[in-house]
Design a protein around this ligand. Structure first.
Ligand code: ATP
Length: 473
């Protein structure tokens, strides 16, 4: 498996991801997507949107990031969206207490101290409050990874929501929050959507949008950031049917990742032992990163917690009236909550590969290739004139401009063709089209496949159809 440093280095060099505000030293927990990254990000979102909303029973919304502050009282975020925080008095480093313990367990496991690791993991699983975290840290003499000091403060709650003020006056009554999840935008619009889109239970609302969490520690590149994007779908159902819908959506969502090229062996489903305040069961879809398995999407059975709570706080009925069976009820919800940004990282890590191939003069050379699914690749095709003379550039440029009407395509004339192939391999471009001497005679071009590196010849008039067919195969 390739290290995160290798992936980050390629991501920067090829313009997938840059550190936010890099010229000022960066801003912790924030990243910018470069020219290739933004295409990959858009493709992931587009594939998700098509998968989730190109069906009868799911419709989309795009709700505001700033919401009425009562939303967060009703959802429980004001009181409960907290992480346990601990400071080391010597190094002044701040940690999430559960992460500090988990990292310690990982280090024990690496040192093959499995009995000790198991004991602490059991303690962690039965934690009920901040005192329990503190006791585990003190009893097991967990040191600060930076300074090795064991001089800790107590464990306190830290609310992850970013606050700001609406209007010119910075008063408590004007406080609003940057949403920490996109889900609430769908719950508060439940009635609007059901009525305007003439939906009946079961139906879903889908949304893609930014979310913000003031994470105590950000780490592992895009895995835990303070600003990120989510793709979420809330599926409203009849109470009592949640188990079957939960199983259905878990299966659908796992298959989506596999369909888009994520290796089956790198996916794991982890059932939650400890449930959030709103859930009656939940599972995470995890991907195997170089630092271990990590959640990329959560499937949660949220009961009627959110709608019921919004009904209570807003005074507006959140019921579905079933005129056929003559009953009314507050629907239950099964949600699929995926991170666009975390999936981006999973797709990038999954695609990355280094291999030895035969280069010029039959010499072995290293090629780095991003084996993205064709529909996710930032650039679909690249066009090269073999040499920059004999009318080849003019012909190649015309083909390039024609293709550009339908797909993201690049034109490259610099260096040997082998080098140009390598550049496109690193960007994950599935098709490279070369215009050569034979093109001038019979109008045929070569199309080279990124993964097999095999080339075929077709007439230049067939390129667009060939690629369209490949993309939909
Ligand atoms: P974690 O336990 O890793 O903090 P979570 O269980 O709080 O995540 P959810 O609230 O279920 O996460 O959020 C749904 C999805 O949003 C996650 O599966 C993940 O893909 C994404 N996500 C959550 N927090 C972050 C973050 N800080 N940075 C990037 N993506 C995130």
């Amino acid at each position: 498996m390739y290290s995160l440093e290798t992936i980050i280095s390629l991501a920067k060099r090829r313009g997938f991801v840059f550190q936010s505000s890099e010229i000022y030293g960066g801003l912790n927990g924030c990243w910018d997507f470069g020219p290739l990254g933004v295409e990959l990000l858009r493709n992931i979102k587009e594939q998700w949107w098509q998968e989730m909303t190109y069906r009868d029973e799911i419709v989309g919304v795009d709700a505001a990031i700033l919401m009425h502050p009562r939303t967060w009282e009703a959802s429980g975020h004001l009181a409960q969206f907290t992480d346990p925080m601990i400071d080391n008095k010597t190094s002044k480093q701040r940690y999430r207490a559960d992460n500090l313990i988990e990292d310690f367990i990982d280090r024990l496991e690496k040192k093959k101290k499995s009995e000790e690791a198991k004991k602490i993991r059991e303690q962690l699983e039965s934690v009920e409050n901040n005192e329990d975290y503190y006791r585990i840290i003190i009893e097991n003499e967990i040191p600060d990874p930076v300074s090795a000091s064991k001089d800790w403060t107590e464990v306190r709650n830290f609310n992850l929501m970013f606050k700001t003020f609406i209007g010119p006056v910075e008063a408590a009554s004007n406080t609003v929050y940057l949403r920490p999840e996109s889900a609430q935008g769908m719950f508060v619009n439940f009635k609007n959507v059901m009525e305007s889109a003439r939906q009946k239970i079961p139906f879903g609302i889908a949304q893609i949008g930014k979310a913000f969490r003031n994470e105590i520690n950000t780490k592992n590149f895009l895995f835990r950031t303070r600003e990120f994007e989510q793709m979420e779908m809330q599926f409203f159902i009849k109470p009592g049917t949640e188990k079957e819908w939960f199983d259905y959506w878990l299966n659908e969502r796992v298959n989506w990742y596999i369909k888009l090229g994520i290796s089956k062996e790198k996916i794991k489903i982890k059932e939650h032992q400890k449930l959030a305040h709103y859930a009656n069961f939940a599972s995470d879809i995890e991907f195997e990163f170089s630092f271990g398995f990590g959640e990329i999407e959560g499937i949660h059975s949220r009961t009627d917690f959110d709608l019921k709570s919004h009904q209570e706080f807003s005074g507006k009925k959140m019921e579905f009236v079933d005129t056929v069976n003559n009953e009314r009820y507050i629907p239950y919800v099964v949600e699929s909550s995926g991170g666009v940004t975390r999936s981006f990282m999973a797709f990038l890590c999954n695609a990355y590969s280094e291999e030895e191939v035969e280069g010029e003069n039959a010499k072995l050379e290293k090629r780095t290739v991003l084996r993205f699914h064709k529909k996710l690749a930032p650039i679909t095709a690249a066009v090269f004139p073999l040499v920059n003379k004999d009318g080849m550039p003019e012909l190649a440029h015309k083909i390039y401009k024609d293709l550009q009407k339908a797909i993201p395509v690049q034109y490259d004339t610099s260096g040997a063709v082998g080098r140009r192939y390598r550049r496109q391999d690193e960007a994950g471009t599935p098709y490279c089209i070369t215009i050569d001497g034979q093109t001038l005679q019979d109008d045929s071009v070569t199309i080279r496949d990124r993964d097999s590196m095999a080339q075929i010849r077709i007439n230049s008039s067939q390129i667009a159809d060939y690629i369209a067919k490949e993309l939909n195969s």
